[in-house]
Write a protein that binds this ligand. Structure first.
Ligand SMILES: Nc1ncnc2c1ncn2[C@@H]1O[C@H](COP(=O)(O)OP(=O)(O)OP(=O)(O)O)[C@@H](O)[C@H]1O
Ligand SMILES: [Mg+2]
Length: 463
């Protein structure tokens, strides 16, 4: 049984008493004589409904309505008004008031209006409760301790609310893109619908279209006699997750774009136009910008898929997640393998924090799985991790090598020779670092002969 909280704001004591006595048997009623007092209480009480007098001393009902909408635009507000105030009533309705009742109040009419409004609230709450239960039962545990990933999750929850806006998830391999795609589904209004995954890299290019769009019988050799629904159709009312979307052929990209733009498509060999409402979430660990420059990915499709973009940071960019994730996997595998691990030794923790997680969360998960299998417990030891300490240089290279940022060209202009030499100096130093000071190795890294390298080095760095 859902309990409702009603907030009543009226400066007339008789009205406050009259209404609360009439409603108390069914609802929980809080009364306030001024808008100021009500506004202070509303964020804490989060009422399901506000009854708001228009003519209040101090802040007016109209102003209070706007403040309430700022606190929570979803709280329904019913205005209470004297008959002659009808112009104000109209303006409050435009500002988002749900309904109005006219003084002198007739309790029957008031109760009926309240019941109607709360019926919508009840339905919304029921859906919310259902969704929460669904979420608990269906979403795999997503560890998000660091601010960086918490920001991603908060953004994700916001954008998930629309049922069909396309979302593109970008991030290195193993950062959790698929988990986030699932989370989007369960936080969206389509949560009860299907979640259909299409791994564009795993399906052969000549089959992907028939998989996505389906086909009519006899449309190609090998086609099933009965024809087949495509995955887009399967995803109706839910979410279609296009994983590794960068692997789609240009031809399939064109068809997908058409579907995204107008929501319609044909099965292969079919003549009937089909319409499907589903949300397309896509993910990629490829550098799509580079693919667009090379003509491998359509710019217009990229924009359409990425109306909303969610960028998932690499694990090294959110070191605060490493240990919580490691512990989560430790307990998960411990349970799975029937072992009794209770924690991670300080030495092992240190190494985990220092490691370069090129494979991100997936690599960490694999390392912990291995550790739990080979270790005896109760603590996971450094030895169990089997991590080889990487040299400074290896780490330097694995992090994507040196990073150089260029000064931007302003109206002041820029000394190009100086900029070029700065860049050259930077790469010569970086190459020497990677090559442990060995000049001929460093020269090879920069595709130069040893002689030119030495000449440039002496010129730019001095002997
Ligand atoms: N925050 C997290 N909490 C718990 N498990 C996680 C988290 N992030 C990733 N994982 C786990 O790590 C593994 C890799 O995640 P996922 O498959 O979502 O990565 P991905 O970004 O899709 O990688 P790829 O680009 O290689 O497809 C999965 O087993 C997933 O369950
Ligand atoms: Mg993936």
């Amino acid at each position: 049984m859902i309990e409702f909280n009603v907030c009543l704001v009226d400066d007339d004591e008789h009205i406050r008493e009259g209404i609360s006595t009439a409603l108390e048997a069914v609802y929980h009623v809080d009364t306030y004589p001024t808008a100021e007092e009500a506004l202070k209480a509303i964020p804490k009480k989060s009422p399901d409904l506000v009854l708001l007098d228009i003519g209040l001393p101090g802040m007016s009902g109209t102003d209070a309505l706007q403040e309430i909408k700022k606190i929570d635009p979803e709280i329904p507000v019913i205005m209470i008004t004297a008959f002659e105030d009808i112009d104000t009533v109209i303006s409050t309705m435009k500002l988002g008031a749900h309904d109005y009742i006219i003084k002198p109040l007739h309790m029957d009419a008031l109760e009926k209006t309240i019941k109607n409004v709360l019926e919508t609230v009840r339905l919304r709450k029921e859906v919310q409760l259902l969704q929460e239960r669904f979420l608990k039962e269906n979403t795999p545990c997503f560890i998000a301790e660091s601010n960086a990933i918490q920001d991603v999750m908060e953004f994700m929850r916001k954008v998930a609310k629309s049922p069909d806006t396309p979302i593109l998830i970008i991030g290195e391999t193993g950062t959790g893109k698929e988990l986030i795609a699932r989370a989007i589904h369960f936080h969206s209004p389509n949560f009860k619908g299907p979640f259909i995954t299409v791994n564009c890299a795993a399906i052969p290019r000549d089959l992907i279209e028939s998989e996505l769009f389906g086909y009519e019988k006899g449309s190609f050799t090998g086609a099933r006699a009965s024809g087949k629904r495509g995955l887009i159709e399967e995803a109706a009312g839910g979410t279609l997750f296009l994983d590794e979307v960068g692997d789609l052929s240009l031809e399939s990209q064109a068809k997908l774009l058409r579907f995204l733009e107008v929501g319609e498509f044909y099965r292969i060999g079919g003549t009937k136009k089909l319409f499907v409402q589903t949300r397309v979430v896509s993910a990629t660990n490829k550098d799509i910008d580079a693919m667009i420059r090379n003509g491998q990915f359509r710019n217009d499709l990229f924009f359409r898929l990425g109306v909303i973009k969610v960028q998932v940071p690499a694990l090294n960019e959110r070191p605060g997640d490493i240990i919580p994730l490691a512990k989560h996997f430790l307990f998960e595998f411990s349970r799975k393998f029937g072992k009794k691990f209770t924690g991670i030794s300080a030495e092992a923790e240190r190494r985990l924090k220092e490691s370069d997680w090129v494979g991100n969360v997936r690599e960490l998960k694999n390392i912990i799985e291995r550790g739990v299998l080979v270790g005896d417990g109760p603590e996971l030891l450094l030895h169990d991790l089997g991590l080889i300490q990487k040299s400074e240089t290896e780490r330097f290279i694995m992090r994507g090598g040196p990073k150089l940022s260029f000064p931007s060209l302003s109206s002041e202009g820029i000394d190009l020779t100086f900029a070029q030499e700065t860049m050259e100096r930077f790469y010569i130093k970086a190459a020497l670092k990677i090559a442990d000071g060995n000049e001929s190795k460093a020269a090879r890294l920069l595709h130069m002969n040893h002689h030119t390298f030495r000449y440039r080095k002496n010129k730019l760095l001095g002997d």
